[in-house]
Design a protein around this ligand. Sequence first.
Ligand code: BTN
Length: 255
Amino acid sequence: MNPQEKLEKLSGIPAMVLQKTDSTNLRLKEAARAGKITAPFMLVASAQTQGRGRLGRSFLSPEGGLYMSLLLPLSRGKLPLTVIAAVAVCRAIEEMTPCSPRVKWVNDLFWKGKKICGILAEGVEQGAVLGIGINLKTPEGGFPGVPVAGALDCDTDSIALAARIARTLTELLDEEDESGILRDYRERMLLIGKTVSYTQNGQQKNARVLGVDEAGGLTVENAEGEKETLRTGEVSLGSDQLSAFGDDLENRQPQ
Ligand code: BTN
């Protein structure tokens, strides 16, 4: 069985496997717009030359990673697709490797204090294109220019992992009751009780993280006791706090 047949068989979704491409999200959006594919469809590559990240950034995608994009029908639930995807990726990694990643809101996954997975959802008329990039192995030269990046560094079959993620995700998207997904997301959250900084209306703010609300928003409280819930954007931590997470995570036993 070739990798594509294996991926389709294990995931139950029509799929294509490439050695290298510019960006699986770009390829899938183009194919969807041209009417060449319909949802659900999955594209998997082992390297990308123009990996796309959130907020217009690039995503370093060296050989040997798992870079996958799924064309999905638009979801109907309360939780954002990216929150559901973060839970699906965590569950799949936990089931197929000895690693148990944690989530940095909204959807960056960390393992041993390093970012090992990024998730990017983009809309097209035909549905949502959900891109997931996982660093499976640290390349020989590391991740130049991306000090936060790390890898799972365990032996795993990338096609089987991609299939497990896709299958888990489609199952979660079918769930009427999202409370189990929210529980899993909250259990894996890294930021609770930490002071984060973020920019709002051009203003830099600091606040302590209280939790995640029913719709996946991040509830924070500032030094004056004022609470607010962040729905989009990004929060950052001081590097001292991030490395503290690394120690926590290294001491944590896989579930
Ligand atoms: C981020 O962390 O900023 C999101 C990164 C998303 C990367 C994935 S890799 C597969 C898919 N194709 C892309 O070009 N980007 C996403």
